[in-house]
Design a protein around this ligand. Structure first.
Ligand code: LLP
Length: 424
């Protein structure tokens, strides 16, 4: 194992056998803060963002970080200070944006099931746009806006029926998915939206899935959306912005997605060709901004040799790192300190009472009880999807900036977990 084997970020590397994130030794952070511990590199997040910023230099474009990927306040603050807006999917996420110093005016609100109360809160806060996902939602939002004496800025999320060629649970732009309005019905939906006094049509949007590693599906979806823009504008409904969602994949295990600037060079060329190059653009990347910027540090509890399998039981589990259990996702698992001895093959598993509680299968590791490991590419969809299953407290989080470590979330205690509960 050497630095070049570590996926996706130049800010994670072995130096003299020790794994460092930016200027800090991960072993020291694990000892200081305990495990499981999420550690993020601020420079890595800003580096990922800079690929988008390079792509959009000289264009009218705004990055709305899809905060479902990682909604911890310290992470949101980094993106808010870097000038990002946010893509939210609940009123809770809006409250987090505001608590982290972000502005409601830079927020777009996606999701198929916004409640009336969430619509009210977002309208009162003055968000930039609602990404509407059904005709019924248009009517409900119209009614809520009128009841507040406001006009809701809307964009309709198109379902272009394009296969993003990713895990079925994270494909969103196929006919059978619950997301968006079918592209055949989009023009009709826009005509309806334009007729409603409580709505102001401002844009169009599309998000076809997550962990997409090829450019083709994006180009296909883009063409379908631009065909629609032409039809909608010919019907006399001007669209101010085009929002192409998120979805760009990262390298977990030798995956080779295009870089954000390479992807956008292709998409912008197509936009230019079709005469839409000077339109206001929005995007909603999540994973590609934070995924490779984070690791989860964990300690080996026990080694359990078996007839068919050897188990390496760690103190992180499916409640901390749900992606393997949910999507059979792969995360690299590496030691914090390298040794030269040969390893053994283990299934790396957590303490939760489920056979699905595995973090990595058939991994070669040279480990002993008490050793510390890093689960890589854990910046996105790990802490934000973590749970208290088995009454396990959520991990602590540290944000590293150069040679400084900021504890951005303390470890959750059992009393934190029981707050709000009562016995009869
Ligand atoms: N915009 C919308 C409307 C979305 O639904 C999503 C992700 C994004 C943007 C951001 O996509 P990204 O750039 O992060 O791919 N939990 C799964 C991923 C679920 C993605 C849901 N929607 C996982 O761990 O792989």
């Amino acid at each position: 194992m050497n630095a070049s084997d570590l996926p996706g970020t130049p800010f994670l590397a072995y130096r003299d056998r020790h794994l460092f994130i930016e200027q800090l030794r991960l072993q020291d952070l694990a000892v200081m803060h305990g495990t499981p511990l999420f550690v993020y590199s601020k420079a890595s997040m800003l580096h990922a963002l800079s690929a988008y910023q390079r792509a959009f230099a000289g264009r009218k474009a705004k990055v709305h970080y899809a905060m479902k990927a990682n909604s911890s306040l310290g992470v949101l603050q980094v993106f808010a200070r870097a000038g990002c807006g946010f893509d939210i999917v609940s009123a809770g996420e809006l409250a987090r944006v505001q608590a982290a110093g972000g502005k409601a005016a830079d927020v777009i609100f996606s999701g198929v099931g916004k409640t009336r109360e969430e619509m009210r809160l977002a309208l009162q806060a003055g968000i930039a746009c609602f990404n509407v996902e059904s005709e019924t939602e248009l009517d409900v939002l119209n009614a809520v806006a009128l009841s507040l004496g406001k006009t809701a800025p809307v964009s309709i999320r198109v379902n272009p029926n394009v296969d993003p060629k990713t895990h079925p649970y994270i494909s969103t732009g196929l006919k059978g998915n619950k997301f968006g309005i079918a592209h055949e019905r989009t023009l009709q939906a826009y005509k309806h939206a334009a007729s409603l006094p409580g709505l102001k049509v401002t844009g169009i949007d599309c998000h076809i899935g997550s962990q997409i590693t090829t450019t083709g599906p994006y180009l296909d979806a883009l063409d379908k959306v631009l065909d629609l823009v032409e039809q909608i504008e010919s019907a006399g409904i001007p669209l101010h912005h085009l929002d192409f969602g998120g979805g760009l994949g990262i390298n977990y295990n030798g995956d080779t997605p295009p870089t954000a600037d390479a992807l956008w060079a292709r998409l912008l060329a197509r936009l230019d060709e079709r005469g839409f190059g000077d339109r206001q653009l929005m995007i909603e990347p999540g994973r590609s901004l934070v995924g490779n910027a984070g690791v989860c540090l964990t300690e080996v509890q026990f080694l359990k040799p078996g007839e068919q399998k050897n188990f390496c039981i760690i103190d992180a589990a499916m409640n901390d790192l749900p992606r393997p259990a949910m999507y059979e996702a792969f995360h690299q698992i590496v030691p914090l300190t390298l040794t030269s001895e040969a390893g053994k093959v283990y299934d790396v598993v957590g303490p939760v009472c489920e056979s699905g509680d595995w973090i990595g299968r058939d991994r070669t590791l040279n480990v002993q009880s008490g050793d510390k490991l890093a689960v890589l590419s854990a910046g996105a969809y790990c802490m934000s999807m973590s749970s208290n299953y088995n009454t396990r407290g959520r991990a602590a989080e540290v944000l590293v900036d150069g040679d400084k470590a900021h504890l951005i979330r303390t470890r959750e205690t059992v009393s934190d977990q029981m707050r709000g509960e009562t016995v009869l």
